[in-house]
Ligand binder design. Structure first.
Ligand SMILES: [Zn+2]
Length: 337
């Protein structure tokens, strides 16, 4: 490996205070390598001694953050496709239970009849991305990557736009005709009180100052507008068992490691009123965590478990029953006044 390659794989780090309370004192939580992209070094997660928030510390210096996302980072690899509008049961359910402007609503007795069948499906993995339609349908997807979600939501009737810090995926999305811009929050020049919904799918744990990011999201939302945040949960069933091999840890890219309690607290500190937290069942976390564990231990059993869809599904159901899933969707609103 050449010297410049080595420079690319090593990040400069600096200590940072707690994003919630500003304290610098902390206690060790766990340490591990970069299992996803293989950047050099051992990374440490600490627990704030004052408020309990988990953070990666030290963290990559801001100028080196792009280096933490090498070309192999899978999220950027997805190409931009032009999705079709929702069809079939999904379209019908979105019109009748989620307010989507995709057709005429059925009479109330018909809606009531199909409610018990369709609502669980809407809350399932694919359905959950379709948030209830709000206001004029103005949506911003913050941390949009190439804009796959923006494209899906536009096809479903939203006036959706996207923003991402990284130039390359934004350019790819724009070339595919999507309204994406490069930038970050706080910092980007966006109109205040403009959007009905702002979404952050697996983004908040990546930004250096999540509270400031949430506050900036609040400013661009209309009064009464809604924020949707999905993040991995460090108090999930699997996070407890797998430790540094848990797929949702993803150091050094994840800078803050939220739990259900600390994310709710962050949203409230940024001026949001919490609506609800929806546990998301995601079997991938178990399979990937077993694979990391297999790499660490070399045990054939862990390899086999990493390939088992059945075990992964079973574990995800147990986690859902215990309300300790690896991902949770938080819905919150900017207060009206
Ligand atoms: Zn703190």
């Amino acid at each position: 490996m050449s010297e410049s390659d080595q420079g690319e794989r090593r990040l400069r780090l600096r200590p940072v205070p707690c994003d919630y309370c500003g304290a610098e004192e902390s206690e060790p939580y766990l340490s591990g390598p970069d299992r996803l992209c293989g950047l050099e070094g051992e990374f440490h997660v600490v627990r704030c001694a004052r408020c309990g928030l988990l953070r990666t510390n030290p963290q990559p210096v801001p100028e080196d953050l792009p280096k933490a996302y090498p070309a192999s980072y899978e999220v950027h690899e997805a190409s931009v496709r032009r999705p079709d509008p929702p069809t079939g049961w999904l379209r019908w359910a979105l019109v009748n239970y989620r307010n989507y402007p995709l057709g005429k609503r059925a009479p109330a007795p018909v809606r009531a009849l199909f409610w018990p069948v369709l609502i669980p499906r809407l809350r399932h993995r694919d359905g959950i991305a379709y948030l209830p339609y709000e206001g004029e349908g103005r949506m911003l997807d913050f941390g949009c990557g190439v804009g796959a979600y923006v494209a899906r939501m536009r096809a479903a009737g939203w006036d959706a736009e996207g923003m991402d810090l990284v130039a390359e995926p934004v350019r790819a999305g724009r070339e595919a005709g999507l309204p994406l811009c490069q930038g970050t929050l706080p910092g980007a020049d966006l109109p205040s009180s403009h959007y009905d919904v702002v979404t952050l799918w697996h983004v908040l744990e990546h930004v250096p100052r999540p509270k400031a990011t949430l506050q900036a999201c609040r400013e661009i939302l209309k009064p009464g507008g809604r924020i949707a945040v999905v993040s991995p949960m460090s108090d999930s069933l699997l996070a407890d068992r797998f430790g540094s091999c848990w797929y949702g840890l993803d150091v050094p890219r994840h800078l803050t490691h939220f739990t259900q309690a600390t994310l709710a607290r962050h949203l409230e500190a940024a001026g949001f009123g919490l609506d609800r937290a929806v546990p998301i069942r995601r079997p991938t976390f178990a399979r990937r965590s077993f694979r990391y564990l297999a790499e660490e231990t070399g045990r054939p059993l862990h390899h086999r478990l990493g390939r088992s869809r059945l075990v992964a599904r079973l574990l995800s159901h147990v986690a859902r029953l215990l309300r300790r899933t690896d991902e949770v969707l938080f819905l919150a609103r900017r207060p009206e006044a």
